[in-house]
Design a protein around this ligand. Sequence first.
Ligand SMILES: CC(=O)SCCNC(=O)CCNC(=O)[C@H](O)C(C)(C)COP(=O)(O)OP(=O)(O)OC[C@H]1O[C@@H](n2cnc3c(N)ncnc32)[C@H](O)[C@@H]1OP(=O)(O)O
Ligand SMILES: O=C([O-])CC(=O)C(=O)O
Length: 390
Amino acid sequence: MTAVAEGLRDVVIGTSTICEVLPSGQLFYRGYNIHDLADHSSFEEVVYLLWHGRLPTLAQLERFKAQLQQEMAFAENVFPLLKLFPKSAPPMDALRTAVSALGMFDADNGIHTPEANLRKSIRLQAAMPVLVAAFERLRQGLEPIKPRPELGIAGNFLYMLRGEEADPLYTRTLDIDFILHADHEINASTFATRVTVATGADIYAGIVSGIGTLSGPKHGAAAEETMRMLLEIGDISQVDAYIRPRLTGEKRIPIPGFGHAVYRAPDPRAQHLREMSRKLGELHNNLKWFEMTTAIEKLVEELSNTPERLAAGKQPIYANVDCFSASCYYVMGFPVHLYTPLFAISRTAGWCAHMMEQIQHQKLIRPRAEYVGPHNLPYIPIAQRENGIH
Ligand SMILES: CC(=O)SCCNC(=O)CCNC(=O)[C@H](O)C(C)(C)COP(=O)(O)OP(=O)(O)OC[C@H]1O[C@@H](n2cnc3c(N)ncnc32)[C@H](O)[C@@H]1OP(=O)(O)O
Ligand SMILES: O=C([O-])CC(=O)C(=O)O
């Protein structure tokens, strides 16, 4: 058997035309630079790009937005179920369960034609923000609000969460955040969705796998962990005392929001989020979290930029996409437990694009493990086994 690739690092699982991640710190969706998309595009336009492989014309985008808007009420099928969940349920668990149930209301469930998969993707993309906002209101003891589809995905999400139309600056900030989080090649959750549909399972099953996989702190929950760390540190004067021992002490503890499995240079998405965090901080006259994150960033880079690490071919440890998302969301007033669901809303775009591509490939994904356990043990009948010696 070939050499073991722990964590499948740098293993190429197939070809794709969706997303290119370069270790040198560049990111492209369908060949378009993430910087151009973040500066000029809307989330809906990026979803169209990811699913259709080309940027839409104005008429195509209007038609696509209308399709998304039409499906925003679809999520209401599972509102009675959301009401049964405990208010203390982790929102990612609620989302995973709600999406799983929603599939049973979709007439296209189990139909695998490209047309049916596109219709389901539109329904899922429209449903995710509605489900997240509705469950958050229920958690707060409030009734879910009916969507206002004409506000678009980001605007309607903010409206459904707060019961009032959001400031256009907030809507645009969230829209850019969704663009930046929409896709990232074969990250863990996208891989999980591809593995799921490669068996012939439905894309609802794939999204359930994706949500479950995104919920871990090494992946999608890193922004929540970053914010909890910022709150624990409490003040910029405490940054050094908190970070230094975790990076250089006997027992190393990973710093959330830093490091990446592919990038060996700064994550190109972080620069947009850093700037957004600064602007939001200025707007609210609350630069505390931005400044604290920047101080951590400077220290982590400095402490990881050692001659020993560089000699061993390791790079400084840079901020990833989750690092400055934390302070952006906090200043925008989102509860910390909503940060990962926000990620799931945007990543649905990438998950669906990858699942639709995977279904075209029609190849089961089935890697191997190198077996290193014992061989050929004698089978001892249960009555003769003693204290684990058998
Ligand atoms: C959307 C996303 O999923 S982005 C990632 C979100 N996750 C996080 O922010 C959690 C914190 N980060 C991490 O745990 C890691 O960086 C991961 C899981 C993302 C990537 O892990 P790996 O691929 O193993 O990282 P990599 O091989 O580049 O690590 C190289 C070295 O840097 C260290 N390192 C990497 N990230 C960190 C970090 N956040 N804090 C401290 N040290 C780190 C590793 O311990 C390793 O050092 P060593 O070889 O001396 O033991
Ligand atoms: O690509 C990865 O491994 C993680 C990541 O940045 C993402 O999913 O956005």
